[in-house]
Ligand binder design. Sequence first.
Ligand code: UD1
Ligand code: UDP
Length: 362
Amino acid sequence: MKLITVVGARPQFIKVASVSRRLRALADVTERLVHTGQHYDDNMSRVFFEELEIPKPDISLDVGSGTHGVQTGRMLALLDEVLLAEQPDRVLVYGDTNSTLAGALAASKLHYPVAHVEAGLRSYNREMPEEINRVLADHLADILFAPTNAAVDNLRREGIEGNSVHLVGDVMYDAALYYGEKAERGSAVLDRSGLRANGYVLATVHRAENTDERSRLATIFEALSNVAEEVPVVVPLHPRSRKALAGFGLLDRAQRDLKILPPVGYLDMLMLEKNALAIATDSGGVQKEAFFYRVPCVTLREETEWVELVDLGWNRVVVPSDADHLSAVITGAIGRAGKDAAPYGHGDAGTRIGEILSAPSR
Ligand code: UD1
Ligand code: UDP
């Protein structure tokens, strides 16, 4: 069985680590890794390959940044060539980025079966580019690896059910368990950044809906400045958000009030999460990692795909429209605990995906 795996953005490097390790341990599976180049800065890409010991990409498309059409279109054109040259038995894609959509679409047009890891997530908000990517990827896929019961239900409502859907748990949980201990041993981020364990709030912001409009971004950072009057706030800043803050004239104040870091490696990020009093984020992955380490989370969005975290009381979704309200919710989250449960499986999603992909009938 020859697999082509397509990744390109930060969260996909983390997801692929747990699965590739399993796939490459299987005698009858050959995996070739394609990096689209959607993320390309060292601290958005190379650091993850090194820290997570992901095999170097076999093929790099180097598409870089662009509008959705330009970026996805470049990927599609280049993936055609790769797939025709490689003739895989199946193409494996992850999550909901433009790299996911391009991988799934290029493969299915050329009649290569597609497997989608993290299938069935829905925000039901088509304003989000990710929602379009994930709906299309799910409808193009012939094997769907769902992380949660809610994801399986979402797929069923769209008529996708039966043998093609596998509830395997969340590969990000595998990663948080596997690398969480390494982070404890290997990360010096707290000392390096002058932070005390359980002495700060961690925040990340990068979604288009939070960064593209000045007023929305200003509200979020004003709220974080308010929080910082009571407790230090550390923000590893996505390049998109750094550019937006600078462009809107908001970066200087953010740098004065908050501890702004460049994007950090995964081990440092896990360490920052584990030791935070609370986390405020619009990231899908970070919401779940907060729960894995039982840190209360505030999600800066209209809705979340990870509905079980809200139900369990570990996460509260707040639309960032009022800075005072938002900062009160973030400081109010400190010390709040939710119910215990295991909605993301048992840390063996990568193993189960490997078993299913290598089963003889596939
Ligand atoms: C993408 C995904 C989003 C995911 C996020 C993870 C899409 C539509 N969005 O959003 O779902 O949550 O990745 O981080 O696929 N940039 C750099 N250096 C880099 C990469 C990006 O400077 O290495 C800057 C560029 O100015 C670029 C901007 O960030 O235009 C946005 O990058 P892009 O990959 O288009 O989208 P993300 O916001 O990263
Ligand atoms: N992450 C990281 N360094 C950072 C910010 C995030 O390693 O500076 C990790 C984070 O721990 C999580 C993943 O990147 O595993 C989430 O990616 P991101 O927030 O970019 O995307 P999303 O999950 O929202 O698609």
